[in-house]
Write a protein that binds this ligand. Structure first.
Ligand SMILES: *[C@@H]1O[C@H](CO)[C@@H](O)[C@H](O)[C@H]1NC(C)=O
Ligand SMILES: *[C@@H]1O[C@H](CO)[C@@H](O)[C@H](O)[C@H]1NC(C)=O
Ligand SMILES: *[C@@H]1O[C@H](CO)[C@@H](O)[C@H](O)[C@H]1NC(C)=O
Ligand SMILES: *[C@@H]1O[C@H](CO)[C@@H](O)[C@H](O)[C@H]1NC(C)=O
Ligand SMILES: *[C@@H]1O[C@H](CO)[C@@H](O)[C@H](O)[C@H]1NC(C)=O
Ligand SMILES: *[C@@H]1O[C@H](CO)[C@@H](O)[C@H](O)[C@H]1NC(C)=O
Ligand SMILES: *[C@@H]1O[C@H](CO)[C@@H](O)[C@H](O)[C@H]1NC(C)=O
Ligand SMILES: *[C@@H]1O[C@H](CO)[C@@H](O)[C@H](O)[C@H]1NC(C)=O
Length: 411
């Protein structure tokens, strides 16, 4: 093989590879002008394939094995029957099932990837927290840093270890007890539990939808499809492009105080003007991009706020991880001129829906198209697509809500 043949081989390989990626496929179906309607540019009405559908489809082989795997785990630990701790045993069994699934489907790489992205997201968030004047003024800097530092993913390797130790100690103590007291199964189960309880693991439940959740109490969980995607995607750019905005949003929930959030708000003070700022942007975007019905209500403030904090965070994260030269080949194939474009086109890409969007006043989340089009908040949007000031996206833009970081003006 001479050099040019090798080059052609790699080129073909790369094209073939990139085309097997759902995010890449979906980006090819974009249409119209992003400065007019970013959401419908990347997510045209009537599209056949959406990222969330494809992600959810991708886990079918896993779901097919789930019951079988869970039954096997249950059988292995069938001696654990004990009524008063049934809920803990159930959570241990489901957690162990998740671990077995990870082993069976080679998901370790994906788990490590998400852990790594979370750590990088936390770092960027903490840097912003340290530089935020209103946090300092209200004595909330330290508590915010402490809480963010402790956030972890339910399925991270540390928690997986705890689940394994839980079962190991349970079994060891149970067996040695039974050797000493052969007819005392129940007593020995209790003894086994006492040995195991110190491994205070967090329930790892398997999320089937293509979504993430901040469960507060310092815990974030992600749909297993993202772990699968991160395991199977080689390309760093496509990997971070799908995951950055979701991770940043989930982490941002912890830094968004609102009355609708659960009662574990970590901040006793959140600037009312920041809430107004968020609300104004979402109302404006709603007015501009209503497809059937569009509401921005007080109830949606928590999610909208996590989006606004999250978009700033996600942008920084993306730029920290990806540089122009690393993404050159993808940009070329997608006919994009800079990585900021790639960031905006992939921002919250799981929110694409092929039908017209409607929302009700009772929804906790703003409408999907509103959540994406509100990214016009970031000044880099206009720059990256060279949008004119009288484009629809730019006209829907209200004041920028920089809530965290050096440039935050809130008090
Ligand atoms: C969507 O899928 C259907 C059936 O699979 C096909 O007939 C149709 O042409 C597709 N539409 C687009 C826009 O690709
Ligand atoms: C997991 O990896 C092993 C070794 O690389 C491979 O043989 C096996 O087919 C993989 N399993 C799945 C479900 O991809
Ligand atoms: C912040 O802490 C300082 C010193 O510990 C105290 O003087 C000040 O009143 C506190 N401010 C608020 C808003 O709690
Ligand atoms: C255990 O119970 C069985 C019958 O229930 C009995 O035959 C046996 O002697 C008992 N063993 C001990 C060590 O108590
Ligand atoms: C287990 O973890 C929970 C939640 O983090 C905590 O409230 C509890 O005190 C812990 N229990 C032990 C025994 O460490
Ligand atoms: C860009 O990213 C690639 C891969 O992550 C890295 O090898 C390279 O050094 C980076 N270039 C610059 C200028 O940072
Ligand atoms: C690539 O994008 C430019 C505008 O950025 C456009 O003028 C050109 O037609 C596009 N080329 C292809 C092949 O789509
Ligand atoms: C941006 O748009 C303006 C017109 O609105 C045009 O004059 C200029 O050349 C464009 N810049 C780039 C880099 O495309």
């Amino acid at each position: 093989m001479n050099l040019s043949k090798i080059k052609i081989f790699w080129l073909l390989f790369l094209i073939k590879f990139a085309e097997a990626n759902i995010l890449y496929d979906v980006l090819k179906q974009r249409t119209g002008d992003p400065c007019e309607n970013l959401y419908r540019h990347t997510c045209p009405l009537g599209v056949n394939r959406t990222i969330s559908q494809e992600l959810e489809k991708s886990i079918n082989p896993i779901l097919q094995k789930f019951d079988e795997t869970q039954d096997a785990v249950r059988k292995t630990y069938s001696f654990l029957k004990i009524d008063n701790i049934q809920r803990i045993i159930e959570s241990a069994i489901e957690s162990m099932t998740f671990i077995k699934i990870c082993e069976k489907f080679n998901l370790t790489k994906g788990v490590q990837y998400l852990e790594n992205i979370l750590e990088q997201t936390k770092k960027v968030m903490i840097e912003d927290i340290k530089n935020t004047n209103w946090l300092l003024k209200h004595n909330q800097t330290d508590i915010a840093i402490r809480v963010i530092e402790k956030i972890y993913l339910t399925f991270d390797s540390k928690n997986q270890e705890k689940v394994k130790f839980f079962f190991k100690d349970f079994e060891n103590c149970f067996n040695s007890c039974l050797k000493d007291f052969p007819n005392s199964t129940e007593v020995c189960v209790t003894h086994g539990y006492e040995c195991a309880a110190k491994h205070n693991f967090t329930w790892i439940d398997l999320i089937k939808t293509a979504n993430g959740v901040n469960e507060h109490n310092k815990i974030i969980n992600f749909g297993i499809s993202f772990i699968l995607y991160a395991s199977q995607t080689q390309d760093e750019v496509l990997k971070v492009a799908l995951i950055a905005s979701l991770m940043a949003h989930e982490l941002s929930h912890t830094m968004m105080n609102s009355i609708t959030a659960s009662n574990d708000n970590i901040l006793s003070y959140f600037p009312p003007k920041a809430e107004d700022c968020i609300t104004k942007q979402y109302e404006s975007t709603c007015k501009t991009y209503k497809e059937i019905k569009c509401f921005m209500t007080f109830r949606q403030l928590e999610e909208a706020g996590a989006d606004v904090i999250g978009m700033n965070l996600a942008y920084k994260l993306f730029k920290n991880i990806i540089n122009q030269s690393a993404s050159e080949s993808i940009l070329k194939k997608l006919n994009l001129s800079n990585i900021d474009q790639l960031f905006f086109l992939t921002y919250w890409s799981i929110l694409c829906r092929p039908e017209k969007i409607t929302t009700t006043e009772m929804k906790d989340h703003p409408a999907n198209n509103i959540r994406i089009n509100a990214v016009v908040q970031l000044p880099e949007f206009q720059k990256s697509f060279n949008c004119s000031a009288d484009s629809t996206m730019m006209k829907s833009r209200t004041d920028q809500c920089l809530i965290y970081g050096k440039k935050s003006k809130f008090k």
